[in-house]
Design a binder for this molecule. Structure first.
Ligand SMILES: [Zn+2]
Length: 663
C-alpha cells in the first residue's frame, strides 16, 4: 500500500490511528517534584488566572449584558490592519482590551479544569461556570462566537484572518471546553464550541462557496483534533486537516483577503508570511521560521494529523523541521525564538543570551509538539527534548509558589529581569498553568499492548491493557536522583511491553526486572528499552540512571557561547545567581579541572540539588581609576554555586548567568 493509499484508508475509516496515546490527566497521580508544581497551580495559579482576567476587565469584553468597553469609551478605532500591529490594543481612559482575550479565557478554563482533578474547588468551579454562561449568552444564533468581533469590531468577522486571532481564539476556547467537560462532566461549553465549530466548518473548506482561509496564528488545528477525539465527530478532524493542507497555497489567501478589505497585501507589518509559517505549503517547509509559538502549534497540529491519517508526507516534513530546530535553533534550556521583533526565529545559531526572547509559551509549545511526535511511537529523539523543555525553559516561566510569571526566559540577566504579576499580553501565565496542571498526561504513552514511560518521577498511573486494569507506581526522587523503582500491579497476569526511556544525558544505565539484570544493548531501540513479558502482581522494575554533573559546550558557530560552558545534571540546566555568588557574574570563569560537587539542599527553593565548585574570578582591586591598561587583571579563587535554571529569580532579585566562561 502506498503512503497516500494508507492515508486515504486511514482518513476514511474514521478511527483514530494514534499508536501511543497519552494517558488522560486523572489517570496519573504525580507526586514529588511535579506534585509540588501541580499543587502550586491547583491551589494558587488557577485562581490567580481567573482573578487577573477579571482585574484586566476581560469579563466586560465578553458579557453582552454589560457595556462594551470598546464601544462605551471609544478612544481609537483602528482598521483591522492597524489592529494587527504587535500588541494591538484599544486604550480608552480606563480600559485596555485585546483581540485575543477569548484565548486567555480558554486557557484559564483549561487550567481550572485540570486543577479540579487535583483539588476540588467549588468556588473556582462556580466562577468558571459563570464565564461559560456568559459565552452562552454571547454566542450568535448561527453559532459564531468572538468577543472581539461581536463587541469591539462588529461587522468585520472573517475579514482579517492573517492578523486578528479569530480562529486562534476559537481553538483555545475549544481546548478549554474539552478539558472542562472531561474534568466536570459539564457539557455546556463543549456544546457551545461544537456549534461554533460547525459554523466554522460551514464557512471554511474545499467546497465551492466556502472560504479557503486559515488562521494567521495556528491553534485551531490541534484544538479541532481534540474536539474530534472527544466527540467522535470526524468532520472536526477533517476541518483540522483542511486548515493544514490549505496553509501557504497560492494564490495566497492572506493576499486576497487584504485586497478584499481594500488593503495592500504588501503593507504588512511583518513583511513575510514566514512569520505565520504560511510562506509555502507545510509539506515543503524545511526551516523553522517566524513566530515561535505559532510554529510550535502548527507542528503540533501537523503531528496530530500525520498520526490520525497515517500521512507520511507530513511526518517527513516534521522530521526535517525537528532537525532544523534542535540542531541549529534551540537554547540549551529548551527555549526557542531568540528575537522580540517577531517573537521568533532569526538565523541559524543565533542564540543571544541576555536578549533571548524564549517566550514561556514557545517552550510550552515545544512540549506539545514533542509529546505529539511520541504518538507515533516511543523515540528518545523527541522525549529527551520534551524533558529538556519541561524542566527548564517552560517552568522557568512560573514562580515556585505559582503566583508570578515570566514572558521572556533569557539565559543571562543583569538583575532587571524579574517576575511580574500580569502582562498586557497575558498568554504565558495560563499556558504554563495548563501544561503543569496536566503534566501527568505527558508521562506515558499507551498502545494496545504496550506502555511507554517517557518521564520519570514519583507517582502512580492507572491504565487498561487487553481489558485488564493495571497500576504502575514509580518511586523516585527524580530529577534529583536517577534511581527509579517501579511496581507493576495488573489485576490479573497480562502480557504487554513496557518501554523505558534511557535519556541521552545518562551515560550509564542499569535495569533489573525482579532483581535480574537486563542486557540493555539487546533490548534498546530509539532510546527506549523494551521489556515484553507477562506482568504479574508485584513485579518490580529497577532502573538506575547515573546522574553525573555535565559540562556542556555549544557548537562553535554559536557566537554568544564560544569559550563558555553550561552546567547540567540529569535533565536540569543550571545557572548562577547573584544572591549565591555576589555580583558581576561575568567575572567568573570555571576551570576545566574544577571538581563540581552536587549538594542536596532540602530547604532551598523548595528542595533542590545545587552544584558548587572552586572557580576563578578577575579582581578589579588595584585597578585604581583606569579603564584600560597593559597588564591583565589579577585572578583570584572564588567559590561558585549554581542552582537549577527553572528556579531562578525566586529569591532576591539580581544577576543570573547560564553560560559561564570556560577556563
Ligand atoms: Zn506567551
Amino acid at each position: 500500500m502506498t503512503a497516500s493509499q494508507s492515508a486515504r484508508q486511514a482518513a476514511t475509516s474514521g478511527k483514530p490511528k494514534l499508536a501511543f496515546r497519552p494517558l488522560p490527566v486523572p489517570q496519573v497521580d504525580v507526586r514529588g517534584f511535579w506534585g509540588d508544581r501541580v499543587d502550586a497551580v491547583a491551589t494558587r495559579t488557577a485562581g490567580i488566572l481567573y482573578d487577573r482576567c477579571v482585574e484586566a476587565r476581560m469579563l466586560e469584553q465578553i458579557d453582552p449584558d454589560r457595556p462594551s468597553p470598546g464601544v462605551v469609551i471609544p478612544f481609537h478605532s483602528p482598521s483591522p490592519d492597524e489592529a494587527a500591529s504587535p500588541g494591538a490594543e484599544f486604550t480608552g481612559s480606563t480600559v485596555t482590551t485585546q483581540m485575543f482575550w477569548d484565548s486567555d479565557w480558554g486557557k484559564t478554563i483549561e487550567t481550572a479544569a485540570y486543577s479540579l482533578y487535583r483539588r476540588r474547588n467549588d468556588d473556582l468551579e462556580k466562577k468558571i461556570d459563570a464565564v461559560i454562561d456568559i459565552y452562552g449568552k454571547l454566542q450568535q444564533p448561527d453559532g459564531y462566537l468572538s468577543s472581539w468581533y461581536q463587541r469591539i469590531q462588529p461587522g468585520l468577522r472573517w475579514t482579517n484572518l492573517r492578523d486578528c486571532h479569530e480562529l486562534y481564539c476559537a481553538g483555545h476556547l475549544i481546548e478549554g471546553a474539552v478539558a472542562y467537560y472531561q474534568a466536570t462532566g459539564k457539557r455546556k461549553l463543549l456544546d457551545i464550541m461544537c456549534r461554533y465549530a460547525d459554523h466554522i466548518a460551514q464557512t471554511f473548506g474545499p467546497e465551492p462557496g466556502k472560504r479557503k482561509g486559515y488562521c494567521g496564528h495556528e491553534e485551531i488545528e490541534l484544538a479541532l483534533v481534540k474536539l474530534a477525539r472527544v466527540t467522535g465527530e470526524k468532520k472536526y478532524m477533517d476541518l483540522a486537516k483542511y486548515f493544514i493542507d490549505q496553509r501557504g497555497l497560492e494564490p495566497h489567501y492572506f493576499d486576497e483577503e487584504a485586497r478584499a478589505r481594500g488593503a495592500d497585501p504588501k503593507a504588512y507589518h511583518f513583511k513575510t508570511y514566514e512569520y505565520s509559517q504560511s510562506h509555502r505549503p507545510v509539506r515543503e517547509q524545511d526551516k523553522v521560521v517566524g513566530h515561535a509559538v505559532r510554529a510550535m502549534y502548527l507542528y503540533s497540529g501537523m503531528a496530530d494529523i500525520a498520526t490520525e491519517y497515517g500521512d507520511d508526507t507530513l511526518r517527513v516534513a516534521l522530521d526535517r523541521l525537528w532537525d532544523d530546530l534542535t540542531t541549529k535553533n534551540l537554547y540549551i534550556t529548551g527555549g526557542i525564538g531568540p528575537s522580540s521583533h517577531n517573537e521568533g526565529f532569526t538565523a541559524d545559531y543565533d542564540l543571544p543570551n541576555e536578549t533571548a526572547y524564549a517566550e514561556t509559551c514557545a517552550s510550552v509549545g515545544l512540549v506539545f509538539w514533542a509529546s505529539r511526535m511520541l504518538g507515533m511511537g516511543p523515540n528518545a529523539r523527541y522525549a529527551d527534548m520534551m524533558e529538556r523543555a519541561l524542566y527548564n525553559g517552560s517552568i522557568s516561566g512560573l514562580s515556585l509558589d505559582g503566583s508570578l510569571f515570566f514572558y521572556e526566559n533569557p539565559l543571562e540577566s543583569r538583575g532587571k529581569h524579574n517576575r511580574w504579576k500580569w502582562h498586557r499580553c497575558p498568554c504565558c501565565p495560563p499556558n504554563i498553568g495548563r501544561m503543569v496542571a496536566s503534566i501527568g498526561s505527558y508521562f506515558y504513552g499507551l498502545s494496545d499492548d504496550a506502555l511507554a514511560v517517557h518521564l520519570y518521577g514519583n507517582g502512580t498511573a492507572r491504565f487498561d491493557i487487553a481489558g485488564r486494569q493495571i497500576e504502575l507506581t514509580q518511586a523516585s526522587n527524580y530529577p534529583w536522583d536517577g534511581a527509579v523503582s517501579m511496581t507493576v500491579e495488573p489485576e490479573a497476569p497480562t502480557e504487554f511491553t513496557l518501554h523505558l526511556r534511557l535519556p541521552a544525558w545518562c551515560r550509564k544505565a542499569a535495569l533489573k526486572v525482579n532483581g535480574e539484570a537486563v542486557d540493555l544493548d539487546a533490548v534498546t531501540s530509539d532510546g527506549y528499552a523494551a521489556i515484553r513479558r507477562e506482568w504479574r502482581k508485584g513485579d518490580r522494575v529497577e532502573l538506575d540512571l547515573e546522574m553525573a554533573v555535565d559540562r556542556l559546550y555549544a557548537n562553535p558557530q554559536v557566537r554568544q557561547d564560544i569559550g563558555r560552558v553550561a552546567l547540567a545534571r540529569g535533565p536540569l540546566i543550571y545557572c548562577v545567581e547573584e544572591t549565591d555568588n555576589a555580583g558581576q557574574l561575568h567575572r567568573i570563569a570555571l576551570p576545566r579541572t574544577a571538581q563540581i560537587e552536587a549538594h542536596e539542599q532540602p530547604n532551598l527553593l523548595g528542595g533542590v540539588v545545587t552544584l558548587s565548585a572552586v572557580a576563578k574570578k578577575e579582581a578589579f582591586e588595584n585597578w585604581e581609576d583606569g579603564l584600560y591598561r597593559p597588564e591583565p587583571p589579577a585572578v583570584e579563587e572564588t567559590k561558585v554555586t549554581a542552582v537549577p535554571y527553572f528556579a531562578w529569580d525566586n529569591r532576591d532579585p539580581g544577576e543570573m548567568l547560564v553560560w559561564l566562561r570556560d577556563l
